[in-house]
Ligand binder design. Structure first.
Ligand code: SF4
Length: 239
């Protein structure tokens, strides 16, 4: 699956992730401002519905409930910070030269990137109101299918991009860097191992817990793959 340099260059490090909280009335306004679904394909509707629903739930939380939820993702954000640092240190320049400056943006050229429900929750917890509004606006625009709907003029619109995007490096770049800097291969392997501790449900993982948290409150989404993908349910069962 191809992907662009924006994956490694445009998203800021995830230190300082937890934003000023939106008040419930603010969110209601933000969501109601984007009622036009006529140009949205099914992927966009699914994404938009999930993002709106997650936000509605988040703004309905008391500050202590929200604080508790933020606490459950703190370790994951620290992991994401480590990945961002590794990528920007080792891959930033080469991706800029080979892809971004040539306007290939190959990494983000797919229309419907896979996003997990937990990706949406983590991003929503970390985003400012204007970032959510930008995403909801982008999701309304008719997509010509040649690029990811979230690829804006300044790179990826996610504050904390989906894990599938974060952990993708194209083969050519990987080969170049792993050959040039011997220790990077091992570090990357270790980061891939750590990724599974949050996402792969052969053991209790954060991505599953976040889905359960919303399901228990009466919210559901087709993006809850750890509860509705036959393959992942099998992994869970055999874990
Ligand atoms: S969400 Fe889209 S724009 Fe963002 S990194 Fe992934 S593929 Fe690229």
């Amino acid at each position: 699956m191809p992907k662009t340099m924006c994956l490694v260059m445009e998203t800021p490090l995830v230190v300082d992730l937890l934003p000023v909280r939106l008040g419930a009335p603010d969110l209601a306004v933000a969501v109601e401002k984007y009622p036009d679904r006529s140009k949205m394909n099914s992927y966009q509707k699914e994404q938009s519905d999930t993002l709106s629903m997650v936000h509605q739930r988040l703004v309905s939380l008391s500050s202590s409930e929200r604080h508790e939820l933020e606490g459950t993702i703190a370790d994951y954000l620290s992991f994401r910070n480590d990945v961002d640092f590794f990528l920007s240190e080792n891959f930033g320049n080469v991706c800029t030269q080979k892809c971004y400056k040539n306007r290939l943006s190959a990494c983000c050229s797919r229309e419907g990137i896979i996003t997990f429900f937990a990706d949406v929750v983590v991003n929503a917890l970390a985003s400012q109101k204007w970032e959510i509004e930008s995403m909801l606006t982008a999701l309304q625009i008719s997509n010509n299918g040649f690029k990811c709907i979230y690829l804006g003029n300044y790179g990826c619109m996610w504050h904390v991009k989906p894990i599938v995007c974060e952990m993708f490096l194209c083969d050519q770049v990987k080969e170049d860097i792993f050959r040039e800097k011997a220790d990077t291969r091992q570090v990357w392997k270790e980061l891939k191992r750590r990724e599974k501790l949050y996402t792969w449900p052969d053991q209790p993982v954060l991505f599953d817990r976040l889905e359960t948290y919303f399901l228990d409150s009466g919210y559901s989404s087709p993006l809850m793959y750890l509860h509705n993908s036959p393959g992942l349910l099998r992994v869970k069962k055999n874990g």
